[in-house]
Design a protein around this ligand. Sequence first.
Ligand code: ZN
Length: 392
Amino acid sequence: MIPNASEAEKLLSDLVSFPSTAGQSNAEIINYIKSYLENLNVDVWLDAHKDGKRFNLFATFGKGKIDGIILSGHTDVVPATENEWDHHPFTLTKKNQNLIGRGAVDMKGFLAITLAMAPYFKKFEDEFKNPIHFAFTFDEELGTFGASQILEFFKNEGIKPKIAIVGEPTGMVPLVGHKGGLEMITEIKGSSGHSSDPRGKVNSLYYAAKLISFIEKLNSDLSISTNKITPFNPPYSSLSVGYIKGGQARNIIPNYCYFDWEIRPLPEDDPYLILSKIKTYASKTLEPEMKKNFEGSEIKMKEVSFCPPMEARFKSPALDLINKLWKFNKPSVASYGTDGGHFQSIGIETIVFGPGEMKYMHQPNECIKVSEIEEGLIFLKNLCNYLQNNNI
Ligand SMILES: [Zn+2]
């Protein structure tokens, strides 16, 4: 009774039909998964965000929560703009063996595979030497908020798995590490007036421009100062400003603006050290200059989220396990964050490994192939067989 691809396909179709866009409630998709697992007599726990609208889900096959393997995926997806799609993004469409829909590859495909395998895991769970856990998170796409929260849940429930497999689409290539992400919003408050007389006014856009130039310079300095041997690309901690908003009209001096920006640190670099240089420039150089003209001037830096980097471990029990269960693929690293950084931060050996191609992530007509779903099922079947005979 090995679940076949069409069962996973049916589950994927249901999962895609919940438009669980990051930042919104994921209660519907979580309740669907919970009922599905409870119908198989699987123990399920929900870990609610304090807003009561977003949930992590944890489930266990086999005995105990102290060790074992986590299979992890996020339940949220990035938004879909319907007119950019050939089909409705939240209706799974099959075309030439491609399954198309928002989240098909990132990463409801992996969730569907794990759920399709759940009856199989249940059947053999008494023989498992170590348990299998599902850890499904919320708001990974916004800033790995669910994974950050689930660590506290693990602590409270005494859950200490040894290995985590984060099933992001890597084309079944093990990703052993990734950069982190510190996401920031900076607000600049100045003073307003008619543009015909800028004297004594604090133009918030001018100060944003100065600060952004400083960030650009810091990025450029980092890019040339590093001669480290690192597997990451680019081979330095990078900074980027992505969005700016402020002002009302050409002839009004803007008293307020804000911009979104980020630091993507290498695992060995401290992003807060980089941040402190920017904060110092803002508070010691720019703010005093602004306050000379308007005492109420201010530069505020707000941290939106922090996704810890995942140190690249080319030798680890997690990679060993993947190599026992799947054909050898040269391990790689990524420059984007995943929930994996949080798991590694509490001592769980973590690897990012899953079916489907990265190039379809976050794109219109996002898809996963039926053959990739089959690969994922075979991998999990291998894992199930392995756990019946071996300790990890
Ligand atoms: Zn993802």
